[in-house]
Ligand binder design. Structure first.
Ligand code: C2O
Ligand code: CU
Ligand code: CU
Length: 523
C-alpha cells in the first residue's frame, strides 16, 4: 500500500477514532490492512530450504567479584561479516558479532549481570524485552552507551535530543562510555525473553542490522514438567530483511548517528518489510527432526511484519507459553498470528508424520517469497517420553476490581507529528502516566492501524478486546499485545518492585522510532 492510500485510510479513520466524553468510539473496518511497505532486495533470492536451521549458541556464565552469587556475562557489540545468503557477505551488527546474538539462560531469582561493551561506531542501549528489571538496567532509550574510546565530552557532542521535532533534551539520561553492566534480579517466571537495541530514534535500523538475541529464564516449576528439553527445545527468531546488490542489508536510510532526525524516510513510516524471511538468521532454513515432540519458542523479531503461521500438511501448533511464560493449559491453534515482539511457545508433534515427510511452515499473510518461513524434515523415528500436561502452570487472574485506575491510550498517526500516543510524540522527561508503586491498573489501548503495543517492567493480562472476551492468542501473561486497525484492548497489570521511569511503545520499530513511545513513571 502506498503512502497516499494509507493516508486516505487514516483520513477515513481520523474522524471515527476519537476519545470523547462518552469514552472511545471504535469504528469497524473489514479485511486485512497492509502493515508496512516492501523494500525489495536487489539480489537474486536463493531458493528456499537450501540451508540448515542454525541455533544460536548458549553463553556460559562466569563470575565477577563485584557481583557475588550472580551469573556474569560479557558481550561485545561489533560489526562482522557473515554469509547469510549463500555466496554473499553481509555486514551485520551483532552481539558478539553474530545474528541472532548468543542466547543467555538465566535461573529465576538468581541475578544475571551482562556487561555490554560497545565496539560499534554509534551509541547503543540494550533492553531486555519482557524483563522485570530495575530502571537503571532497563535500557531507557536515552541511557546511551557511547562507543569505546569516545572522547569524554561525547554526550555534549552528540546531536541534541532538542533537535528532534517535539522532543526536548533529556537531563535524566544516564550515559556511559564504552560499556555498561546491566543487572537483572530475575524475580520472574520462566519465560522466553529477548534482548535488543533500544537506541532513541534508531532502534529500527539497529535491530535490522542484527542487534537482537534470546534470553531465556528457567525455573523449577517448568523444569519438572515432561515437556521436550535439551536439543528439542529450540528458539526460533523470525525476521524479514532485504539485501542490496553487494549483499549488504538494505534499509531506507544508512544509519548515520550524525543525522539529526531518525533514519526512516516518510514513505516507509508505516514500517519496513523485507522480502527474505530469516529464521535464526538463515533464509528459509530446513531443520531435520525425529518423529517426536519438539518445543519451539517462536519470536517475531521483525521490524514491522506480522505473520500467520500454519503447517503444511496441516497440523496443530499447540501453544504452551506466551510472552510471560507457561500458560495454565495448552491452547491448540491451526494458525498462529504473531506480531512484532510477541512470543509463542509451541509444541509440534512430528510423531504424527511419517519418516521422510517434509512439513513446511507457511505464512498466510505473506505472498511470493514471504509466504513460506521454514521447513522440517522428519528423518527418523525416536522413542518419545515427553508429554504436554493438561495443566502446565498456576495462573492467577488479576481481579479487575483491584484496579485503582483505568487509563486510555490512543495509538494513532498524527501526520507531521509522526506516530503518537494520545496525540503526543515521545517525551523522555514528561510521563504520560505516573503509576503508584504496587498499583494495579487497567490500561485501554485503542488503535487506528496495526500496532503491537508493548509495556516495559510488567507482564499484563488481556481483559477484553472491543469490549468482548479476549481471543485465543491473548492467553496467559503478555508484555506485547497485537492490535488490529480500529481495535481496543484492555489489559490489567501490577506495577511492582521498581520505582523509576520506563517506556511503553508500539513495537513496529519504525513506528517506535517515529515517536510512538511514551514515558511511564512508577513512584
Ligand atoms: Cu522490545 Cu521497548 O522493547
Ligand atoms: Cu520491552
Ligand atoms: Cu505501531
Amino acid at each position: 500500500m502506498n503512502t497516499v492510500s494509507r493516508r486516505k485510510m487514516f483520513g477515513l479513520l481520523g474522524g471515527a477514532v476519537a476519545i470523547g466524553a462518552a469514552g472511545i468510539t471504535i469504528p469497524s473496518m473489514a479485511g486485512e490492512v497492509e502493515i508496512g511497505r516492501l523494500l525489495p532486495s536487489r539480489v537474486r533470492l536463493p531458493a528456499p530450504f537450501g540451508v540448515r536451521l542454525p541455533v544460536p549458541p548458549v553463553l556460559r556464565p562466569g563470575t565477577h567479584p563485584r557481583y557475588p552469587g550472580a551469573d556474569y556475562y560479557e558481550i561485545t557489540q561489533r560489526a562482522a561479516h557473515r554469509e547469510i545468503l549463500p555466496g554473499l557477505r553481509t555486514e551485520i551488527w551483532g552481539y558478539n558479532g553474530i545474528f541472532p546474538g548468543p542466547t543467555i539462560v538465566s535461573t529465576r531469582d538468581r541475578t544475571t549481570v551482562v556487561r555490554q561493551t560497545n565496539a560499534l561506531p554509534v551509541p547503543t542501549v540494550t533492553h531486555l524485552h519482557g524483563g522485570h528489571t530495575p530502571p537503571e538496567s532497563d535500557g531507557f532509550p536515552t541511557d546511551l552507551v557511547f562507543p569505546q574510546g569516545s572522547p569524554p565530552d561525547i554526550a555534549q557532542r552528540m546531536p541534541r535530543m532538542a533537535d528532534m521535532p517535539g522532543m526536548g533534551p533529556d537531563p535524566q539520561a544516564r550515559t556511559t562510555i564504552g560499556s555498561r553492566d546491566y543487572v537483572f534480579p530475575m524475580h520472574q517466571r520462566a519465560a522466553t525473553l529477548w534482548y535488543h537495541d533500544h537506541r532513541m530514534g534508531f532502534t529500527a535500523p539497529d535491530v535490522w542490522r542484527g542487534l537482537a538475541g534470546f534470553h531465556l529464564i528457567r525455573d523449577r516449576e517448568e523444569d519438572a514438567l515432561p515437556l521436550p528439553k535439551g536439543d528439542k527445545d529450540i528458539p526460533l527468531m523470525i525476521t524479514d530483511r532485504s539485501f542490496a546488490a553487494d549483499g549488504s542489508f538494505r534499509y531506507p536510510a544508512l544509519d548515520p548517528s550524525l543525522l539529526r532526525t531518525p533514519g526512516v524516510p516518510g514513505e516507509y513510516m508505516a514500517g519496513v518489510l523485507g522480502d527474505v524471511i530469516l529464521v535464526n538468521g538463515a533464509p528459509w532454513p530446513v531443520a531435520e527432526v525425529s518423529a517426536s515432540r519438539y518445543r519451539f519458542r517462536i519470536l517475531n523479531a521483525s521490524n514491522a511484519r506480522r505473520y500467520r503461521l500454519t503447517l503444511d500438511p496441516p497440523g496443530a501448533l499447540t501453544q504452551i507459553g506466551s510472552d510471560g511464560g507457561l500458560l495454565e493449559r495448552p491452547v491448540h491453534h491451526e494458525r498462529l498470528d504473531i506480531a512484532p515482539a510477541e512470543r509463542f511457545d509451541v509444541v509440534i508433534d512430528f510423531g504424527r508424520y511419517r519418516v521422510g515427510q517434509e512439513i513446511t511452515v507457511r505464512n498466510e499473510l505473506g505472498d511470493g517469497s514471504t509466504a513460506v518461513v521454514l521447513r522440517f524434515r522428519v528423518t527418523h523415528r525416536e522413542s518419545d517420553d515427553t508429554a504436554i500436561p493438561e495443566r502446565l502452570a498456576g495462573f492467577g487472574p488479576i481481579p479487575a476490581h483491584e484496579a485503582t485506575a483505568t487509563r486510555d491510550f490512543l495509538f494513532q498517526d498524527s501526520g507531521s507529528a509522526g506516530w503518537t500516543i494520545n496525540g503526543l510524540p515521545f517525551d523522555p522527561v514528561r510521563p504520560v502516566a505516573t503509576v503508584g508503586l504496587d498499583a494495579t491498573e487497567i490500561w485501554r489501548f485503542t488503535t487506528d492501524f496495526h500496532h503491537s503495543v508493548h509495556v516495559h517492567l510488567v507482564q499484563f493480562q488481556v481483559l477484553s478486546r472491543n469490549g468482548r472476551a479476549p481471543e485465543p492468542y491473548d492467553a496467559g501473561w503478555k508484555d506485547t499485545v497485537d492490535l488490529r486497525p480500529a481495535e481496543q484492548a484492555a489489559v490489567i497489570a501490577r506495577f511492582t518492585d521498581y520505582p523509576g521511569r520506563y517506556v511503553m511503545h508500539c513495537h513496529n520499530l519504525e513506528h517506535e522510532d517515529m515517536s510512538m513511545m511514551a514515558t511511564i513513571a512508577v513512584r
